[in-house]
Write a protein that binds this ligand. Sequence first.
Ligand code: ACO
Length: 328
Amino acid sequence: MKKVNAGITGTGHALPEEVITNADLEKMVDTSDEWISTRTGIKERRKARPDEYTSTLATRAARQAMEMAGVEAKDLDVIICATVCPDMALPATACIIQSLLGAKRAAAFDMAAACSGFIYGLTLAEGMIKAGRAHTILLIGAELLTRYVDYTDRSTCVIFGDGAGAAIIQPVEDGRGLLAARIQSDGDYVDYLYTPGGGTRYPASIETVTNRLHYIKMRGNELFKVAVRSMEEISRQVLDDLRMSPNDVDLFIPHQANQRITEAVAERLGLPLEKVYSNIHRVGNTSSASIPIALDECVRAGRVKPGDLLMMASFGAGVTFGAAVLRW
Ligand code: ACO
């Protein structure tokens, strides 16, 4: 039987129109453009309108990816929405996206792996394609983190933004597409980044709202160190799996968490910054959407070309981390 790989045949992304600049944040909390720029690399981020939801941004991104891949709604076997910002607690946002697209045949479900959602989803999609369970998979990373950000907490509100990125995953010839991927978690770090309220531990109540439990809590400084270490290690492991080294990588797209994290990981891997994509100054940290947004920008700008070796690496709440290497 002919061997197949899973490859990305189309990409898309969507960002809300409203821009929140560092100057806007200076008016809300005790911060400065200088602090935010030097500590995070972020200059501005996007914020969805009240009538925009995770599903509507996701659907915009999905339509672009489907158009690039030449795929129609009826062709979709599976829709995976990687998100920690679902439209509603129930049902899955992927089902709402399915309805908006009219993708009647698809199985649709969400995946909560925070910022690693796209790499986790890619790994899952690869398994389904290689097992013959699916042919055409729509994978979306979509987040409206500004809905969960506490605009009285200067340590988190400066970082996060809204956005969605999408990819179509299909069988491609052996030697192309996803060559290797690894995903991993460490649940001992749950309290480094979490939103306590609204689940079964602290169901929504007057008290949870009063105590601001529905907002993101983060131990940024500790998280920073875990992020750098785990992204470097898992990237090296994936390259080792392929008997490759960082020198073989043409383009590195890390999760856009913080420009200092990106630069520290690149330095440890010995990757020159010309090979490292960054858009965090424009979009902030968009969690699971960050890699597919960046990927779509690279594809449309010709920054990634057929035959290039592309590496992605992520790190997120959980903690979760992952890395993937693709031959474009
Ligand atoms: N403006 C001004 N001062 C601030 C701000 C702000 N926005 N935020 C924090 N500070 C202050 C702190 O209060 C502290 O003051 P103190 O020394 O008087 O106590 C000082 O700045 C230093 O704080 P640190 O937290 O040590 O600053 P650090 O250099 O670590 O930068 C940051 C903080 C940007 C959050 C950084 O730790 C970081 O980016 N961590 C990783 C966060 C991350 O990537 N999270 C997401 C990953 S997972 C995901 O993407 C879902």
